[in-house]
Design a protein around this ligand. Structure first.
Ligand SMILES: C[S@@+](CC[C@H](N)C(=O)[O-])C[C@H]1O[C@@H](n2cnc3c(N)ncnc32)[C@H](O)[C@@H]1O
Length: 205
């Protein structure tokens, strides 16, 4: 999760922002909380999962009157070319050419991706062996410049099987792990996990 300050750094309001792969809309709600009263926001949350979009829209309620929630794919965004100030892609499935298409010149793409140690302790429990680590070096995407990259890393204590199950359910590991792996996680009462993410900002040329 990002702090309010990090969410605020996404762009200077007023701006239009698409969360591409918004899940249940957590980050757009953070953006609304971080915004000032005098600056309007125009927000769209898009996800390929209709269940995620329904959950986001339900939580939205009256809090985000200018937001829209859309079932769709990052591969074909229902957005006009060159109209957005910002695109967020948090732990998502980026289609950078499409993000470049919808952003204005100077618009910002903010990407958050898991680092090599992200949730390592959980992965060590659910998998017999961990895959070799991939390089996290990222090239500047075509059509973008002004690369800033920050690594955010801290330890998180999970107390109780419910918190551990909630975390596992937020990750793709829930579906990738075997039944035995999930059972090993379910048997835990306490788990300290490393949060290790890369936050990259790219500016549209
Ligand atoms: C790991 S979740 C991250 C959700 C949210 N961004 C967050 O950080 O809480 C990845 C999300 O991407 C969505 N997704 C997968 N493929 C997608 C695509 N092609 N276009 C849009 N969303 C997609 C999934 O349905 C899921 O909600």
């Amino acid at each position: 999760m990002l702090s309010h300050a990090e969410v605020q750094a996404v762009g200077n309001p007023p701006f239009s922002c698409l969360d591409a792969g918004c899940g249940e809309g957590y980050y757009l709600r953070q953006l609304v909380d971080a915004a000032t009263d005098t600056q309007p926001l125009s927000l769209m949350g898009l996800d390929i999962s209709k269940w995620a979009v329904l959950a986001a829209a339900k939580q939205d309620a009256k809090q985000m009157p200018l937001s829209s929630w859309v079932v769709g794919s990052n591969a074909h965004l229902p957005v006009q070319t060159g109209t957005l100030d910002s695109v967020l892609c948090m732990f998502g499935f980026p289609v950078v050419s499409e993000f470049a298409r919808v952003l204005k010149t100077e618009g910002v793409l903010l990407q958050v991706e898991a680092g090599t140690n992200h949730l390592r302790e959980l992965r060590e429990v659910i998998y017999p062996t961990l895959k070799p680590e991939r390089s996290t070096e990222t090239e500047v995407p075509e059509g973008f410049t002004h690369h800033s990259r920050e690594r955010v890393s801290y330890s998180l204590a999970l107390n109780g099987s419910e918190e551990i199950a909630d975390l596992l359910a937020m990750t793709p590991h829930l579906y990738r792990a075997s039944a035995e792996g999930r059972a090993r996680a379910a048997a835990l009462d306490v788990l300290n996990v490393t949060v290790d993410v890369h936050v990259a900002q790219w500016r549209r040329l």
